[in-house]
Write a protein of this length. Structure first.
Length: 79
């Protein structure tokens, strides 16, 4: 019981950021209509699935000073 979450847990924690980074590179590289955005340039509108299955558009937040996107995978991993 002393090893519960020991080495396996550490290995999973180390793989998490690499997996996320790989997913981001694949998503941006495979996006057919992706365009480079320069600093200070307006971000293109996009749609992401929301909860519960209600799509969220970037344009919904037009006029806001800051928009933060936080991708959290923790709730969808097997326990």
């Amino acid at each position: 019981m002393a090893q519960k979450g020991g080495r396996l847990m550490t290995r999973g924690v180390r793989r998490g950021p690499r997996t996320l980074l790989l997913a981001v590179f694949l998503a941006t590289g495979l996006a057919g209509n992706a365009a480079a955005v320069e600093v200070g340039q307006k971000a293109p509108d996009f749609i992401l699935p929301g909860t519960p299955e209600k799509p969220v558009r970037l344009s919904q937040y037009a006029g806001k000073t800051v928009v933060v996107l936080h991708f959290y995978l923790g709730d969808f991993l097997p326990a």
